[in-house]
Unconditional design. Structure first.
Length: 263
């Protein structure tokens, strides 16, 4: 283990418990039918308990840290890129509503849709928002395979955004992940994807048990398969160790050319 990581870990009084967190392979032995996203939730939940809720984005009901600010810059960024209060917005992999808590009071009632693979994080995030705002704005929260998705497929949103999620999708599941989002898009939907990617376009970096910096070529080819095109809307900031780069892409459906009648 790198010295820097060890120092970081040692600041938690229960740091010795990190060793008890299972690797994906160990966890699969106990959960043979378990999927990777379920493992991700198990791992983050265990870490949150040991770290007493210290996590840059996620929280549990038992470990709430009242951080009102960390999602604000992303909220402002969405506004700079055209988001208006009358839009309907999907927050795909919404976690503990880090960005959602800024969007919910801003958007009209029933226009914020938070989707995630677990209700654990968004339930904990929801109680951090003023209950009067929640009652007035009625955020729609559901699982990625819940009923809300059927409703969104019939009536697609104006915006979908997904921040800090793609890095937790294994390379072999990327195609499925993007396809599921594509099903929620109409020709008018803008999908804002915020993620880190590998700096070398043709390599994938496996950062840790649940994190990848994917390679740009693979993502672009999956987007093309789904008839989507991406524009870079924020020039990438290089990450510390210069192996990765942070990007924000605006992804839209490529308009199909009308089929020409055969004479
Ligand atoms: C690092 S958190 C980011 C949460 C939130 N987007 C934010 O920026 O605060 C990653 C989130 O992605 C969710 N997630 C993991 N795999 C997913 C998948 N296959 N589909 C949708 N969400 C997923 C996790 O449950 C978690 O809430």
């Amino acid at each position: 283990m790198k010295l820097r990581n060890l120092i970081n870990i040692k600041k938690y009084k229960n740091y010795h418990k990190f060793k008890s967190i299972k690797t994906f392979k160990q966890w699969q032995q106990d959960n043979p039918e378990g999927t990777f996203d379920q493992y991700y939730v198990y791992r983050v939940t265990e870490k949150l308990k040991i770290r007493d809720g210290d996590h840059p984005t996620l929280t549990l009901a038992s470990t709430i840290k009242n951080d009102e600010t960390s999602g604000e810059s992303i909220f402002r960024f969405l506004i700079e890129h055209g988001l208006k209060s009358h839009h309907r917005v999907v927050d795909y992999g919404c976690g503990s509503l880090r960005v959602g808590r800024h969007l919910i009071p801003f958007l009209e009632p029933r226009s914020y849709y938070g989707l995630d693979v677990t209700d654990t994080f968004y339930s904990a995030g929801l109680v951090q928002i003023d209950s009067q705002i929640v009652a007035k704005r009625q955020p729609q929260l559901d699982l990625v395979d819940g009923n809300l998705v059927d409703q969104l497929q019939e009536d697609p949103p104006d915006y979908i955004f997904s921040v800090g999620v793609l890095i937790h999708i294994p390379p072999e599941e990327l195609s499925d992940f993007i396809s599921k989002i594509t099903l929620l898009m109409s020709d008018k939907t803008a999908f804002i994807l915020g993620t880190q990617i590998a700096k070398e376009t043709d390599s994938t970096i496996h950062r840790n048990e649940v994190t990848w910096f994917h390679n740009k070529e693979q993502i672009e080819s999956i987007l093309a398969e789904n008839n989507l095109i991406a524009t870079d809307i924020k020039s990438g900031r290089e990450l510390e160790e210069a192996k990765g780069v942070r990007v924000f892409w605006k992804i839209v459906k490529q308009l199909q050319l009308e089929e020409q009648p055969i004479n």
